[in-house]
Design a protein around this ligand. Sequence first.
Ligand code: 5GP
Length: 126
Amino acid sequence: MTYDDDNIFAKILRGEIPNRTVLENEHVLAFHDISEQAPTHVLVIPKGKYVSFDDFAANARDEEIVAFIRAAGQVASDEGVAPSTGGEGFRIIANAGKNGVQEVPHFHLHVLGGRWLGRMLKKAEE
Ligand code: 5GP
């Protein structure tokens, strides 16, 4: 799957659409989801052009992967939800492709927390 330069997160990375940034470095941007599903709902995205988790895992440089994972952990800690720093827990979700119901085709993690999140999946979904 080729990367679509017109996707919403590409526009955010180019500064064409505003965002509420919580963390930024050379490789990563993290910002609040526009439609928050929990008190903490932050999206963590690589600055590189990767469509999905599998694309990122296969094609990102080690440096990008390390920076990305460290940033996601830092976001959880900064948001006060990381158990290792006294928080009550969180969930990371990476939707991929059609069955994963990925809406924006630029790889991202959802970091969700701040409330009881319930079980991971229901048997039937709409
Ligand atoms: P996906 O379904 O692709 O895993 O999640 C895409 C997420 O991007 C959704 O949770 C949606 O609310 C969020 N989103 C879509 N457009 C924007 C936007 O313009 N700004 C921000 N901050 N989040 C967005």
